[in-house]
Design a binder for this molecule. Sequence first.
Ligand SMILES: Nc1ncnc2c1ncn2[C@@H]1O[C@H](COP(=O)(O)OP(=O)(O)OP(=O)(O)O)[C@@H](O)[C@H]1O
Length: 479
Amino acid sequence: MADLSSLGLSDWLVRQCKQLGINKPTPVQEQCMPAILEGRDCLGCAKTGSGKTAAFVLPVLQKLSEDPYGIFCLVLTPTRELAYQIAEQFRVLGKPLGLRDCIVVGGMDMVTQALELTNQPHVVVATPGRLADHIRSSNTFSMKKIQFLILDEADRLLEQGCTDFTKDLEVILGALPAKRQTLLFSATLTDTLQELKNIAMNKPFFWESKSETRTVEELDQRYILTPEKVKDAYLVHLIQTFTDEHDDWSMIIFTNTCKNCQILTMMLREFNFPTISLHSMMKQKQRFANLAKFKASVFKILIATDVAARGLDIPTVQVVINHNTPGLPKIYIHRVGRTARAGRSGVSITLVTQYDIHLVQSIEEQNKTKLKEYPVEEKEVLKILTQVNVTRRACEIKLESTDFDEKKEINKRKQLILEGKDPDLEAKRKAELEKIRSQKKKFKQKIQETIQRQKHGQLKKKLTKRKQMKKKKAAQATA
Ligand SMILES: Nc1ncnc2c1ncn2[C@@H]1O[C@H](COP(=O)(O)OP(=O)(O)OP(=O)(O)O)[C@@H](O)[C@H]1O
């Protein structure tokens, strides 16, 4: 295996890596870094926890040290917490350069970000929505000279859907030079490969880890079959047994909605489990504070929605529990990838109800691995069933009394005001965007229908003509 200096990194950068415990390159780093240093676009698809962040941070810092200017590099990532994590890696590794970075994410003060952007930082790490807002609303900074555009978790940034980033990415790409290096990384790239290649300008270098499975060998993937109504009792029992059998541990529990996240946190606290939550209905400062407390092991259990499913690198996490079975195999891969990172071992346990069997089958099929059953004494679970369900119900009632849903709207408005935006104007803008989208959709449908009608018409004409020809031939034959 090559070493970091033979891959083209200067001594100062190799020394920085060693300080971080990065002594030998991982496969994705060994394969992708030389191509990036040669100036090529690159698509890197490697398993969770395999060092994809350093695979792009290191070559960017190497190139920046040869020609320091700002804005040199733009990194886009789907969540705010990931943006902070990536910026931290740039900062620590790029310290000898006096690296100036700027984090541009939602939920934080826009004016402060705008001032930082005007200082032309070397590296900008952003979530697409907020950066697009800055581009739309001001021309006090330019990205026309950037050398690198990086899409971390690229498939998530490019996927179409209700929360897609498409509009914002179009605005951002319009503000970048065509002549640049484009690097795209993710653990689940291949299903959107063509779209990814469209973004990457010139014959990208493509590398993906050879193994058939997307999850690492060190990950022990388990499941528990449980009726929906008994699921929470299994969860409490799992945490209790884990607490009894281990001293130094921490776990992430993924669930499907912000409300469930809130209720499960309240419920587990009733059982004196040190639990904290992370979801998109929380104020941004609270999200960062909770994540910091979990990373510092002040709380051992983090209950999160999929806002935490990708990229977060927290070495102490030994267990990931899926309180709900993820709807897509790739969500499963990213969730369980929060443990068993950088060669460490880890366990994932998915609570599978009678409604989720088909989901587990598609996870096993796509990931080419069989989940093994996790042994649990069912009678032990049934002993606490009533207590758990009563506690959960009490938490639900308590949450309802706080108007959690209405609070969502109030929070959103407050957040917008904090960010220096007018909530009513935002609501109007969103409504207009929605209207344009639905008009575009109707227009597309109309075109499709017209094409279908034309095809149908042409087909009809052909059939009539064929019939007439047949009749003519028949008449000639009888004449
Ligand atoms: N060459 C290396 N040797 C040892 N540890 C490394 C090396 N490169 C990165 N790491 C460490 O491995 C951990 C995981 O790295 P990173 O977060 O970049 O993984 P990833 O591939 O981006 O994972 P995900 O797909 O979940 O985002 C980090 O703590 C990082 O510091």
